[in-house]
Every structure is written in C-alpha cells, then in structure tokens.
Design a binder for this molecule. Structure first.
Ligand code: FAD
Length: 564
C-alpha cells in the first residue's frame, strides 16, 4: 500500500498551492484529482478540438485580482516555474444603452477623466470612492493572509501602511460605526449614496455582484472592492490562460517530488480511532497517510459524502447537521459560453477601439438590470429575456490563445442551478437540457449583438455549458464555484462554520482548504497557503509553538517602541 505524509483531495489551485508549501517544508504529498485534468475551476483547455482546433479556452476563471493581494506568487517563485502575469489596461468597458460608456483604465486619474466626459461630480466622487475602498482593502488584506481565528498570525501581517489605512478607515468611534454600516449594507445602497449616473452605477453593481448575489443584497457592499482592485493591485491574466497558473503550480509540485494522480475521485476518507489515516478512491485503491488528509473540496461534500457518519458523530455529534443545514448555497450559478471567433466583437456605436476589449466587457444596462440577473436566478428563473453578462476577449491581450488573427470569446451569464418547476427533469433533475442551454445562449448572443452587431457572423464554433454541467464538471454542490456563498455571514471565522474556520476539523489529521474556507472563492491561493501554515504549525510540538508565539510578541513590542 502506497503511503505519503499527506493526501490532498482535489487538485484545484488551492490544493496545489497547499501542496507546494508542504513539499517545500519537506513533507511527501499526493494529490488525488477526480477529473482527467488538474486545476478545478482554474484550467485552460482546447475545448473544441474538432470544430476549432488551436483555440484555447478558460473554462472558468479568467481575471485574477485577489492573488495579487497575497504573497503566493512571490513566495512560491512561480515565475521560475513558467508563470507570467499580463496586466490589463483598460480594465473595464461597459456600453450604456443611451450611447454613453464607462471605460476604466488601471489609472484612477484616467478613469476619472473618462467619467468627467459625462459628469464632473461623479468623476470627483469616483476618485474618493476608489481611495476609500483601496484603504479598506489594505486595512483588511492582512486578515486574508492568515487563519481567521489566529490573532497572532493576523497581527504579524500588519505593517505601518496597513495600520495607517486601518486607522484611516476605523479611527474614531463614528468612523468605525460608519465602516461597520458599510459592511452591513448592500452595493446598491452604497452606489446610490456616492453616484448619480446610471452608466457608472450599473457596471460597479455588476462587479460587486460577482460575489454571487443581487446588488440589493445586504452585507455584500464589500463587493465595491471588485472595481477598486482593478486599479490596485490590478487585474491580470497568466500568459497562456488561467491554466498557466495551474501548470506553474504543477511544475513546482512535481519538481519537489509531489505526486498528482488524475481520474482518481476520492470516495472515502479513512478514519481510525478518531484520526484520518488515508483515503480510498473510486477503483477501491487505498492510500495511507502519516500526517494528514487535506480536503480541497468544501465541508458539505467532505462530511456528507466522504466521511463515515459514525466517525463524524463520535468526533462531534452536531457537525453533520450543522454542515448540512447551517451552510448556505443560493441557487445562483453560471451558464458559460465559449466561442471561437474569426474577428473581435466591434462596438460600432461606441466609437469602437480594440483596447476596449483588453479588460472585461460588461453588459449591464442599469442597476435594476443587474438586480434582475441575480434575483431571478436565485428563485429558479432564467434571466434571459434581457440578459446581463460579463465577457472577455482574452486573445486581445494574449494572442497566443488562438490561431493567428483569430480570437476567443468568454461569456459568463448568471443562471439558476435548479430551474423552478422543472424539478426531476433534465441533467441531474435540474431542468437543464442541451436544447434549453442552447436557446439561452442564443438569447445571450442576441443581446450582445445589440451592442456588437458583428458578433454572430464572427462565431466559428461555440461551447455552451449549462449550470448542471458546470456543477458536474467541478463536482461543486449546486454548481457553486465559490463552494459556499460569499455573504458576510459566511466569511472570515464564519466560513464554513466557526468550529471549522481555522482549517482544522474535529477529526484529528483532517484539514479543510479551498474556496469554502477563509477568505473564500476566486483565484487567490490564500486558502491553500493559510491551510498549509496551520498544518505545519500543528506538526510542531506545543512548547515550540509557545516559544514562537512569545518571540513574536516580543518582536512586535520592540517594533512598536522603535517606530513610535
Ligand atoms: C465560470 C467561472 C468563472 C470564474 N471566473 C473567475 C475569475 O475570473 N476570477 C476569479 O478570481 N475567480 C473566478 N471564478 C471562481 C474561481 O475559479 C474558483 O473560486 C476557484 O478556482 C476555486 O478554487 P479551489 O481550488 O478552491 O476549488 P476548485 O477549483 O473547485 O477545485 C476543487 C478540485 O477538487 C476536485 N474534486 C472534487 N471532488 C473530488 C473528489 N471526490 N475527489 C478528488 N477530487 C475532487 C475537482 O475536480 C477540482 O479539481 C470563476 C468560476 C467559474 C465557475
């Protein structure tokens, strides 16, 4: 029987990041991946090999912002393993039905100049708004890069700049209360408080709602950060597609002796006397571990599908019930459209320039339009009578992803996982059929053609993936690519539940990482890194950990006296 120090369930980018840190610390690691390719929601695949050979598609993630708020790329020296980030500029283009458009550059000043063509007031407000959210980001980023219940780790991430930003956001009682209110309110309310113009509010609402909820949803005003991140640290894509990040991580993992086995869905975590001792995969093969099992899949899938109920109950009799009932996944996910194009979509009525297509293009006619896109999906209806969408033409920034002179089109359209009234029909009982997904995709393309009339003729071939197919491909519960909703009540030390929030579980040697843990979904690698740190600390004897903590406190006190 093969044995390793650690087995990781799933080779998503977080599983790979976690593996990389453990391998660097000298542990032996095996990653078991259900699909035939590693990467999870971070792959680039030649998905239309017959109809469009040579076209490479990001089947899921494309625009990377959060990873630049943490140290993963630098610490793991991923550029040595083939990763090169290309930063987008401009970062957003959103045509408005009345002929105006929002064009955001990486530079805030340039963006304000674009807004000022229509509203001086909103241009000035945009500069203040972005400054505020950038300070909020810097104030909380240290928390993203540490286990959420480890005060010492969090404190260790704060330097003067972050502290200054933190004080500027919460310095004084009224400021703090105002900030708390911002965290509790909705993107819609925040945008209405700051801006007058719909052409500006609509794209900002669309980006805020990338957290996976309507703009009117309370507690996700922090989604406003999604635009400010595009200015700083910026929005980038790996050359060659998101899969190039996965490939760099694989290169690193393999160079350190890590083993990645694909087509190996884990069916059971083996527990002996309250301790995780290995895993069993679908073909019955077992792998034993000396130190632990780490799950890149979320708590719900792990505890309700892969761990024997008696083993969980004896560790924590309430856990199964809490995981099943207290973690929330709304019904919203994505219908994904990838097209091979003979030419770029041209926004003729908007004085088309190819540079509009360097970043993301948003079709968001109003805040109400975005609201409808999300709220209908949540109640099981398909918001395709007037589709809102997020699209990219990645080949404008990176022509290597298609044959010379040709392009690809990436479209994200929010849609329900379970269609109301269609329960028990279609794929996995969701109501989704090939006919329906293609009908919806036609409507999405029709809407895009209202803005870019050449798009239909430019399509050489297309691939449409319904929410049910996306869920089946990723193995994600209800197709939730964040593993768990990203509302405030499920973030930080609440993610996925307080008792699981520090990446440990009540079963000794069983750890959790991935999008369903702090700080959540998206391409960041932070859950993978934080989990690895917790795992490594856990291996140290108690007196060493105590010594480390006291040394840390001493150095912090010295630092405070030196700086003051
Ligand atoms: C269409 C789409 C667009 C997106 N766009 C962006 C974007 O532009 N920017 C951004 O930052 N984020 C984006 N995201 C979100 C982001 O891709 C994910 O949140 C992130 O990739 C999650 O990474 P992860 O490693 O935590 O989990 P995953 O990528 O879900 O990895 C989990 C892995 O576990 C494997 N697995 C599941 N069950 C088993 C099992 N039983 N045994 C073994 N393996 C198993 C899966 O196959 C998968 O490889 C997008 C997501 C989607 C779906």
């Amino acid at each position: 029987m093969e044995s390793y120090d650690v087995a990781i369930i799933g080779a998503g980018h977080n599983g790979l990041v976690c593996a990389a840190y453990l391998l660097k610390a000298g542990y032996t690691v095996l990653l078991l991946e259900a699909r035939s390719v590693p990467g999870g929601a971070a792959t680039t695949e030649e998905a239309l090999p017959e109809a469009a050979p040579g076209f490479k598609f990001n089947l899921c993630a494309i625009d990377h912002e959060f990873i630049h708020l943490g140290p993963v790329v630098e610490e793991l020296e991923l550029h040595h393993y083939g990763l090169e980030y290309l930063f987008c500029d401009p970062v957003v283009f959103c045509p408005h039905p009345d002929g105006k458009y929002f064009l955001a550059h990486r530079s805030v000043e340039q963006t304000c100049a674009e807004i000022a063509r229509y509203s001086d007031r909103d241009a000035k407000k945009y500069a203040e708004f972005t400054d505020y959210w950038q300070r909020v980001t810097q104030a909380i980023a240290p928390m993203f890069n540490a286990p959420p219940k480890s005060i010492i780790d969090i404190a260790g991430n704060y330097g003067w700049t972050n502290l200054k930003d933190l004080l500027s956001v919460i310095g004084g009682v009224d400021k703090t209360l105002d900030w708390v209110r911002d965290m509790l309110t909705s993107p819609k309310e925040i945008l209405e408080e700051w801006f007058d113009s719909e052409f500006l509010k609509a794209p900002l609402a669309r980006l805020a709602s990338e957290l996976g909820a309507p703009p009117s949803q309370k507690t996700i005003a922090i989604g406003a950060m999604m635009m400010s991140l595009r200015h700083n640290p910026g929005m980038a894509r790996p050359r060659g597609g998101t899969g190039a990040l996965t490939q760099a991580l694989l290169n690193l993992v393999k160079s350190k002796g890590g083993v990645v086995l694909c087509d190996q869905p884990v069916k059971q975590v083996l527990v002996d006397d309250g301790r995780a001792v290995g895993v069993r995969v679908a073909n019955g093969k077992e792998y034993r571990v000396n130190k632990g099992v780490i799950s890149n899949i979320d708590a719900k899938r792990l505890f309700l599908q892969l761990v024997d109920s008696a083993d969980i109950d004896s560790a924590d009799p309430k856990l199964r019930d809490r995981v099943e009932r207290r973690t929330a996944n709304n019904n919203e996910t994505i219908l994904k459209i990838d097209c091979a194009l003979s030419e770029v979509p041209r926004f003729e009525a908007y004085d088309h320039k190819d540079e509009y297509l360097v970043g993301s293009v948003l079709i968001a006619d109003s805040v109400a339009h975005v609201e409808q896109a999300h709220s209908l999906a949540e109640i099981g209806q398909i918001p395709d009578s007037n589709p809102s969408m997020y699209l990219d033409v990645p080949t404008v920034l990176d022509p290597s992803m298609a044959p010379e002179g040709k392009h690809t089109l990436w479209i994200e359209f929010f849609a329900p996982y379970q269609i109301a009234g269609a329960e028990g029909t279609g794929l996995n009982g969701t109501g989704w059929t090939d006919e329906l997904k293609n009908k919806v995709a036609d409507r999405v393309i029709d809407k895009l053609a209202d803005y870019a009339p050449n798009v239909k003729k430019a399509i050489i071939a297309r691939r449409v993936e319904s929410p049910a197919e996306l869920g089946a491909r990723l193995g994600a519960y209800k197709g939730n690519y964040y593993h768990l909703d990203m509302t405030l009540d499920q973030m930080m030390f609440f993610r996925p539940l307080p008792e699981l929030a520090n990446y440990k579980t009540p079963i000794e040697g069983l750890f959790l990482t991935g999008a369903g843990t702090h700080p959540g979904g998206s391409i960041s690698g932070m859950p993978g890194r934080n989990c690895a740190r917790v795992f490594l600390k856990h291996q140290q004897p108690f007196n060493e950990r105590l010594k480390e903590a006291s040394n840390f406190l001493k150095s912090r006190i010295e630092w405070v006296f030196k700086e003051s």
